[in-house]
Design a protein around this ligand. Structure first.
Ligand code: BG6
Ligand code: MG
Length: 213
């Protein structure tokens, strides 16, 4: 019987994954790196500097540490301009009802996002009070696919991994959940999220009954 659900944010509860994509794409093109959907899947769930390093490696050019910080700031400013108008209307279909159903059934909820913008995003979406625990970039050392963020979230809920499941739209995130020894619910395409235990197209297809054994 599950007692806790640990949610990723970007691409699961709201479509900010698309805004990260747009911001990284512009940056990648500015440094001459080829940026397509398949490459973007490798970046999802990976923290800011980790993503930047992958893009810069693909550009084949060398960048100083100072250049890297400038580029990371540029991407973040672009991203922040894209999410400036975020509101509860930007919750993905099924996101708010799923959170409400899970909490009404007495399960605990946590957020596990490596984004430094996570707190601002959940506040704009109006769901900041829907989590017992929020674990973001400030609280962890290692980005997904490391299991640290999911293990930290479970510990914050006072639960062991075996009674929690994670919800993720990224390859790195599914890997993090599985490394944490949790059940992994993928959001997106089974062809992309091959390591997930179950994949649904979106939270509008989520049924709590499947998790209340
Ligand atoms: C993750 C996204 O949630 O956060 C990544 O999936 C993003 O695409 C990462 O790079 C870091 O976000 P931020 O807001 O700290 O730059
Ligand atoms: Mg995500």
């Amino acid at each position: 019987e599950y007692r806790g659900v640990i949610f990723d944010l970007d691409g699961v509860l709201t479509d900010t994954a698309h805004y990260h994509y747009l911001a990284w794409k512009r940056l990648a093109e500015s440094v001459g790196a080829i940026f397509d959907e398949a490459f973007n899947e490798q970046l999802k769930g990976v923290d800011r500097m980790g993503s930047l390093n992958l893009i810069l490696a693909a550009s084949g050019k060398d960048f100083s540490e100072a250049d890297k910080l400038t580029l990371a700031d540029e991407k973040n400013l672009h991203y922040q301009s894209l999410i400036a108008q975020l509101s509860p209307a930007d919750l993905l279909p099924g996101a708010a009802p799923s959170l409400q159903l899970i909490r009404a059934a007495g399960l605990k909820t946590a957020l596990a996002s490596v984004s430094k913008n996570a707190q601002a995003v959940i506040e704009r979406l109006g769901i900041a009070d829907q989590f017992d625990v929020v674990v973001d970039a400030a609280k962890i050392k290692n980005s997904k696919p490391d299991p640290e963020i999911f293990l930290t979230a479970a510990a914050g809920l006072g639960l062991t991994a075996d009674v929690c499941f994670g919800v993720e739209d990224s390859i790195a995130g599914i890997r993090a959940i599985k490394s944490a020894n949790m059940f992994a619910l993928g959001i997106g395409s089974p062809a992309v999220l091959t390591e997930a235990d179950v994949v649904i197209a979106g939270l509008h297809q989520f049924s709590l009954q499947d998790y209340l054994k």
